[in-house]
Design a protein around this ligand. Structure first.
Ligand code: SAH
Ligand code: DHB
Ligand code: MG
Length: 216
């Protein structure tokens, strides 16, 4: 089994099930043209975020790490007209690209991009949120997760991207990102406020995985 097969199966799943439309593919195109790294979630993963939000009828969603707004579009589309996605981004250039991509998707009214370091924005946010998607600097994952739990309603769900990292998550002396993921894992292990699991994934973005937690 190889990356080529993972990629081709993702293409097949996209073609049969996901239905990525012009606004989403344009968001990827414009992000690439502006020089943003190709680290948005895959289409299949974006659709999963959308379905999870739909399944709980989420009205307020928190995202940490906007990049070009690709996952934000998937999440915001799950919201009702009067719903809100608050998405946190440190980089002005990324936020500007995201603003344009989100506008092109017709989702301006539902998305609030908050510019600045997430660790400074989070204490100023008003909960409760129905869902949180954590996908920014992995070094800060433990702090972001703690804020997400605090800001969540009971029964709210928290998804954390990139928790497997080609399997490096099991390396006690891994790089700074791995150590950030592992600090979060240790904190969740001792956190009685949530119930959690992680699922390993392969696909067009390689071998990685996501964590899901439900707040009690
Ligand atoms: N969720 C996006 C991808 C996010 S990539 C998608 O799937 O489409 C990670 C993003 O987090 C980058 O845009 C990066 O600038 C941002 N980021 C990194 N450190 C941050 C911080 N301290 N606060 C807020 N955003 C941060
Ligand atoms: C990286 C960050 C991400 O959020 C991701 O999905 C993939 C890679 C990175 O920083 O390398
Ligand atoms: Mg990610």
């Amino acid at each position: 089994m190889s990356d080529a097969v993972w990629r081709d199966v993702d293409s097949y799943v996209e073609d049969r099930l996901v239905g990525e439309d012009e606004a989403l593919s344009a968001a990827i195109r414009h992000s690439a043209a502006t020089g943003l790294p190709a680290i948005a979630v895959s289409a299949a993963h974006g659709k999963l975020l959308n379905l999870l939000a739909m399944s709980i009828r989420a009205k307020r969603i928190l995202e940490i790490g906007t990049l070009g707004g690709y996952s934000a579009i998937w999440l915001a589309r799950a919201l009702p007209e009067d719903g809100q996605l608050v998405t946190l981004e440190i980089d002005l250039r990324n936020a500007e690209v995201a603003r344009r991509n989100i506008a092109r998707a017709g989702l301006n009214a539902r998305v609030d991009i908050k510019l600045g370091p997430a660790i400074e924005t989070l204490p100023k946010l008003q909960g409760p949120f129905d869902m949180a998607f954590i996908d920014a600097d992995k070094e800060s994952n433990a702090a972001y997760f703690d804020h997400a739990v605090r800001l969540s309603r009971p029964g709210g769900i928290i998804i954390v991207d990139n928790v497997v990292r080609d399997g490096h998550v099991i390396e006690a002396n891994g790089n700074a990102q791995v150590q950030g993921v592992r600090r979060m894992m240790d904190a969740i292990h001792a956190d009685t406020r949530v119930s959690a699991t992680a699922v390993q994934t392969v696909g067009v973005k390689g071998y990685d995985g996501f964590l899901m937690a439900v707040v009690r």
